[in-house]
Design a protein around this ligand. Structure first.
Ligand SMILES: Nc1ncnc2c1ncn2[C@@H]1O[C@H](COP(=O)(O)OP(=O)(O)OP(=O)(O)O)[C@@H](O)[C@H]1O
Length: 742
């Protein structure tokens, strides 16, 4: 098909795009930190202030864990009752720090605000710019948080001195969330390796992935193929498209894509594929872009008693998969016992530091500790290498595959789940260890978040530098540019938004993919439009789901106009429900710290919000449980207006479209927000975003929007509006009842 790609050029382009991306990320978080006082940052949920290092110990993986508790000087002024009632340590204030967050622990800046330099340091990667230490939050208690300090192997070292400096003399410290730059470092070193590779080093696999050779042909009818034809299925209930995809994945020699539209059982298929590969005695590395995507697979493999190891920081794994984590296996294995002895000795030494005030003695203890840490690391490394070398299935996040644990390891097959949501450079971290790859994903749903833009797409858009997509944020100019760029919303030319999945499809054409076609989520009527418009009309609703309605839920739900209809369109056309531009300035002229202030301007629509409330109430009155209802909208400002719904109906979920990717609910209400005389639709124009929005529900989809405005946005939007007018239960809002609701 398309001509091959020059690998060094590709890698160098990626390196410059990644550098711009990291810069954008750092600029965003340092702007946040420098604009606001530590107290404001705490209120915004990104920092925790007035702490002190209460103790330190050796945690999982030999990492130093700092226990941070309220600083005594501030704890006593927490208010009446809190200090006098008990002699135990004070409670932490309300805060937004969670287990798994990556944070900087540093001396707290003076109250006036964070100086530029400190802001940069807080958000920067390089150790030379930082005074504190970076780590992962391992525990969040009422009166203390635990932070496991990075082992220092990835930054310049000197970490122990910095920890000791923080712990000395009851300093006032704070923790603040920072950008995860490990991912960038791993992507960079991977791209540097690719750039330096000489042509004779290219494996057949690498050649195919860059189009320097064609993929080995796969026989058309694999059911008759000698090698893969006769498969003993471990799960006999797999549907034909799933079986076909697995046969294809087994038969392909270099690369196979499994295209899984919403609800088609992509993970279900990957589990069977992994089991089949194991039967063939192959060694497999399984990766995904997020910890949760990987844990999901570990959880579903576990009942099959698969011998596997999951790499990754234990604080960031689901508790249910910890037994398979490398850290826990290291402790429980035989070799782990010796490691444990050293650890006990380290803890004893650490405790003794606090008891002595004599400088010389303390220095001697530090020296001993240093030696012990070294020994610990050496022993642990050996233990880890043995464990990994002995594992047939290794699982890690994409960037986790770049850790020391996998250095020099080779795998017969690398499987990447959610490949269409990962940056290509990220995929190459595990791919350099592969002979063959199977990637699963759906390039017709949203690609990964990009904060930077290349110059080409910048020209096509506005000046704001908000992120293109971030679960919690609005989609910004990158997505708008992508939408403007046409064909499936992918920007032409080199951009981080072009995923490996997209690029391979374009390079080798549809013969390298198999699509799963039976979906197990949506009512047939909800599925129709996305299937016809995006999936070549090939989706089939499984019998079990195709006619399910809210009134048939397994608990008592009344049969009403709202519960017997799978598809409802509340059309607000007529110009009475105009959108509002969110103004972030507060009365005093200062900048209000709201989430959306981080992500550029946003839109809201009061009257649409009132319609949402009315519809939710009607569903709940009919008996639908709030936890079975979700409201999704592309705009943060709209989410903010809707937030009180959570108090009225605890359990209901409100989310951005982007943040809801991968999720499903019995009933979903989509508020489109845009209503203006000019037909401006912003990033509603991105059909992958609309696809995500309309494919979340199982039994009921209610769309609320102004068809007149929305129709002008794109052909896809026009087709959708017309489809809804013809096929949905079409309603026009009753203004009188609505004004009461509002
Ligand atoms: N062959 C099958 N027979 C019956 N149910 C199935 C089959 N395959 C998948 N499912 C069901 O479909 C649902 C979605 O499957 P799964 O969780 O594997 O998909 P996913 O990869 O997480 O999501 P998606 O398909 O949306 O990407 C699950 O409830 C699963 O049990």
């Amino acid at each position: 098909m398309t001509a091959g790609v020059d690998i060094p050029t590709f890698a160098r382009t990626q390196l410059s795009l990644l550098a711009a991306e990291l810069e954008a990320e750092i600029a965003e978080s340092s702007a946040l930190v420098s604009l606001h006082s530590p107290a404001a940052l705490q209120r915004a949920g990104v920092a925790l202030i007035n702490l002190t290092v209460a103790s330190q110990r050796t945690g999982l993986g030999g990492r130093t864990v700092l226990e941070l508790a309220p600083h005594p000087a501030t704890a006593s002024s927490a208010g009446p009752g809190s200090s006098s009632s008990s002699s135990s340590a004070a409670d932490l204030p309300e805060h937004g720090i969670r287990v798994g967050d990556i944070v900087l622990v540093a001396e707290q800046p003076s109250s006036g605000g964070v100086r530029k330099k400190e802001a940069k340091a807080a958000s920067s990667s390089s150790s030379s710019e930082r005074s504190g230490v970076k780590g992962v939050v391992t525990r969040v208690g009422k009166g203390a948080v635990g932070v496991a300090v990075d082992d220092g192997s990835e930054d310049g070292g000197g970490k122990e001195d910095r920890v000791d400096a923080l712990a000395a003399g009851e300093k006032k410290v704070w923790i603040v969330k920072v950008a995860d730059d490990v991912t960038f470092r791993r992507m960079n070193s991977t791209m540097e390796r690719l750039a330096k590779m000489e042509e004779r080093e290219y494996s057949a696999f690498v050649r195919v992935l860059f189009g320097l050779s064609s993929p080995s042909p796969v026989p058309a009818d694999l059911t008759k193929d000698e090698e893969v034809g006769e498969i003993e299925w471990i799960d006999p209930t797999l549907n034909d498209s799933q079986k076909d995809a697995i046969r294809f994945a087994l038969a392909s020699k270099e690369i196979g894509l499994i295209h899984g539209p919403p609800g088609t059982g992509k993970t279900h298929t990957l589990i069977e594929l992994i089991l089949q590969l194991l039967k063939r005695n192959l060694r497999i590395l399984v990766c995904g872009p997020s910890n949760i995507s990987v844990d999901n697979i570990v959880e579903r493999l576990a009942p099959h008693k698969v011998p596997m190891v999951r790499l990754g920081h234990p604080a960031r794994l689901l508790p249910s998969v910890l037994d398979h984590s490398l850290d826990v296996l290291t402790r429980t294995s035989e070799a782990g016992a010796i490691v444990k002895d050293v650890r006990a000795e380290m803890d004893a030494k650490q405790a003794s530091i606090r008891k002595t005030r004599n400088g010389r003695e303390r220095r001697a203890i530090y020296a001993d500790l240093k030696e012990l840490r070294k020994e610990y690391r050496e022993r642990e490394r050996k233990c880890v290498t043995d464990l990994v070398a002995g594992s047939k299935v290794v699982l890690a996040t994409l960037h986790g595959a770049g850790g020391f644990q996998l250095r020099g390891e080779q795998f017969d097959v690398v499987i990447i789940d959610e490949a269409s949501q990962a940056l290509e450079a990220q995929c190459w971290v595990p791919l350099l260890a592969a002979k063959k790859a199977i990637c699963a994903g759906d390039h017709l749903q949203l690609p990964p978040t990009i904060k930077s833009l290349n110059s080409k797409s910048k020209a096509a858009t506005t000046t704001s530098s908000s992120s293109s997509r971030k679960g919690k944020g609005d989609a910004g100019p990158a997505a708008a540019a992508a939408a403007a760029a046409g064909a499936e919303g992918v920007i032409q030319g080199p951009t981080l938004e072009t995923t490996l999945f997209d690029r391979l499809l374009k390079l080798h054409g549809p013969s390298i993919k198999r699509m799963l076609t039976t979906q197990y989520r949506m009512h047939e009527k909800i599925m129709r439009f996305p299937s016809d418009e995006l999936y070549e009309g090939k989706l089939i609703a499984a019998d079990a789901v195709k006619a399910r309605l809210l009134k048939d839920l397994p608990y008592e739900v009344q049969d009403t106009d709202d519960t017997r209809e799978p598809l409802i369109f509340i059309d607000t056309q007529g110009g009475d429900f105009l959108e509002k531009n969110e103004d972030e300035q507060d009365a005093g002229g200062g900048k209000k710290l709201t989430k959306s202030s981080l992500y550029g301007d946003s839109k809201s629509n009061e009257m649409e919000a009132a319609l949402v409330r009315q519809h939710v109430r009607s569903l709940v009155d009919a008996g639908v449980k709030p936890e079975d209802i979700a409201v999704v909208t592309p705009y943060n400002a709209q989410l903010a207006i809707l937030a009180p719904l959570k108090e009225t109906f605890p359990g209901i979920e409100l989310g951005s479209v982007d943040g809801f990717q991968g999720r499903e609910k019995e009933a979903v209400i989509v508020s489109l927000v845009r209503s203006n005389p000019d037909g401006e639709v912003g990033f509603l124009g991105e059909k992958r975003r609309l696809n995500v929005a309309m494919t979340r529900p199982k039994r009921s989809l209610t769309v609320i929007g102004d068809s007149e405005t929305v129709k002008k946005g794109s052909k896809f939007l026009k087709d959708w509006m017309e489809f809804l007018e013809e096929n949905a239960d079409l309603r026009y809002p009753d203004l009188t009842s609505l004004t009461q609701e509002a």
